[in-house]
Ligand binder design. Structure first.
Ligand code: HEM
Length: 168
């Protein structure tokens, strides 16, 4: 079987190059646009955290995302693509959800660490005390058979970036 990282490489590159994501990476998002993004992250992470078991308790992000939103003090807009992803996640088994946990938490631990200084606010969502320990907790359960679910997850993420770009 193809190693998981290789199996998701094409869609990872697509997600990374999405215009909204590029703007975020260059520090070009307005606080209102970033609040919309944070809300999509809250939708995803609070669903994963309330429905499934995480490989490490320190992954918990619901409260830090909530704090980031409160710091911005801007009411985020509704993003239907995030709600579609959430509805999909809620119906998964723990095993299938693990692929989405891999996808979304490693995104914060890798690309996210580069994003931290570029976004409005203090970026509590990206603050982890023990990055290597958290990465290891995912690596210890990781399976190449997660590729299908992880790629589906990236398709949802691309849809979310597309919709975010249509909001002001
Ligand atoms: C500007 C946006 C992004 C950048 C710059 C970025 C960058 C990176 C880099 C450099 C790595 C490799 C780390 C390493 O192997 O040492 C990585 C891994 C990863 N990224 Fe991203 N990324 C971005 C967006 C995303 C998004 C949107 C997702 C999914 C929600 C994602 C999910 C992942 C995953 C799951 C890995 C781990 C792959 C593995 O080693 O198994 N990334 N990212």
């Amino acid at each position: 079987m193809i190693p998981l990282k290789e199996a998701i490489a094409e869609r990872h590159a697509k997600a990374e190059k999405m215009p909204f994501n590029q703007k975020m990476f260059k520090g070009e998002l307005s606080p209102a646009q970033y609040a919309n993004y944070l809300k999509t992250q809250w939708d995803i992470f609070s669903t994963l955290e309330s429905h499934f078991t995480l490989p490490h308790p320190d992954f918990e992000r619901s409260q830090s995302i909530q704090a980031d939103l409160e710091e911005l003090g801007i009411e985020p807009k509704q993003v239907l693509a995030a709600e579609t992803y959430v509805a999909f996640l809620k119906r998964l088994s723990q095993e299938d959800a693990n692929a989405h946990i891999y996808l979304n938490y490693l995104a914060l631990l890798f690309g996210g660490q580069m994003m931290k200084t570029k976004v409005p606010g203090s970026g509590k969502m990206y603050a982890f005390e023990q990055v290597p320990e958290l990465v290891a907790s995912v690596r210890s359960i990781q399976k190449d058979s997660w590729a299908g679910q992880a790629n589906l997850g990236l398709d949802f993420i691309v849809d979310i970036f597309e919709e975010l770009d249509t909001l002001k």
